[in-house]
Design a protein around this ligand. Structure first.
Ligand code: NAD
Length: 316
């Protein structure tokens, strides 16, 4: 197996390779956010050269995404060992970025064959990244709640995922080494990731994709900022989702109460709360509006130029 991960986690990748002994073909520690195509090609070549019969991807969405890219090219199976809460390990969704454009697709071949969830491995995840990758997971569950192909099972998983995540993240902020809280958040991440893998995403993901691609904004932070604004926008057209979120958050089931509760939780967790703080230029709003309106996607309610502009101005 070829052990994959980011440069920052190289020491733990080497340690895993040592423990795997003769089963490890090598270590490739060059994973980066959004899976640059050149790095994916280099990892796939390395796997071929070393005669690897699979990959072990250790880390967050960037590492798992690299494993998926190798699977896409050579059909090698991936074992995922997630160390953030992004949830990519539970989805057949791959992404590749070339010349500043990120392509994504779905392919069963990239879905990891096995996932090893070990909360010990998330203890070193800094509080800020714990919070933003956790809120990224919450965004997957929220969109799963109003997805056109959601089912009663995915709705239950999404509600419990949001509840677990938002119940235990505050504990981690105060006590990053708390293994019980890390376990509960990881369980929430698993549920939210499985919802992402099983349903079609809507306006929130479309917006974050365009924002990230156009201004190189950080992935998880962008999700954290945008989510309450999309809930405010879509909530009136998605009463069942709002009711589930009300139960998960322990507040009355209305679009306003749920939006305010989500925003307050994010604020209390210390997550970024504006696109301005992430480095987006204010004059970029019309470009985003045009790009989002140009491509069709599923959404529970209508999206107009005016409503989208207002949403982005509020998030800015
Ligand atoms: P990440 O994988 O980019 O990791 C962020 C940083 O945290 C990296 O430097 C990494 O080395 C470090 N890190 C990870 N785990 C750590 C740990 N336990 N201790 C210390 N440091 C640790 O971040 P992410 O938020 O997990 O993933 C974001 C990427 O995943 C984006 O590119 C996004 O598009 C993708 N994603 C894909 C899917 C999918 O289904 N395909 C789902 C969610 C996210």
């Amino acid at each position: 197996m070829l052990v994959l991960g980011t440069p920052r986690q190289e020491a733990s990748l080497q340690e895993l390779a040592e423990r795997l002994g003769g089963r490890a073909a090598g270590v490739f520690a060059q994973a980066r956010q959004h899976v640059p195509a050149a790095i994916a090609a280099a990892a796939a070549d390395r796997a071929r050269e070393l005669g690897a019969d699979g990959c072990v991807a250790v880390g967050g969405g960037s590492s798992v995404g690299l494993g998926k890219a190798v699977a896409l090219r050579h059909g090698l199976p991936v074992v995922a060992v997630p160390t953030t809460y992004a949830g990519s390990e539970m989805t057949p969704i791959w992404g590749l970025t070339e010349d500043g454009v990120k392509r994504t697709g779905r392919d069963r071949a990239v879905l990891p064959r096995s996932v090893v969830y070990d909360p010990e491995l998330t203890r070193t995840l800094p509080v800020g990244l714990s919070v933003t990758s956790g809120l990224n997971a919450v965004a997957h569950a929220v969109e799963g709640l109003w997805a056109p192909d959601g089912t009663p099972i995915t709705a239950l998983m999404a509600e419990e995922g949001v509840r677990a995540m938002l119940a235990a993240l505050p504990v981690i902020v105060g006590s990053p080494g708390d293994l019980d809280a890390r376990s509960e958040v990881l369980q929430g991440a698993w549920l939210c990731g499985a919802v992402l893998g099983a349903t079609t995403m809507s306006l929130h993901h479309k917006l974050c994709h365009v924002l990230g691609g156009s201004f190189d904004l950080p992935h998880a932070e962008t999700h954290a900022v945008v989510l309450p604004h999309v809930v405010a926008h879509n909530g009136p057209a998605a009463p069942a989702a709002v009711a589930a979120l009300g139960r998960a958050l322990g507040v009355a089931p209305g679009p306003d109460t749920v939006t305010e509760a989500l925003a307050a939780r994010a604020r209390d967790l210390g997550a970024p709360t504006s696109l301005a703080a992430l480095g987006m230029p204010r004059d970029g709003i019309p470009t985003v509006v045009e790009q989002v309106l140009a491509a069709p996607y599923a959404n529970p309610g209508p999206v107009t130029r005016e409503s989208l502009t207002a949403l982005l101005q509020a998030a800015y």
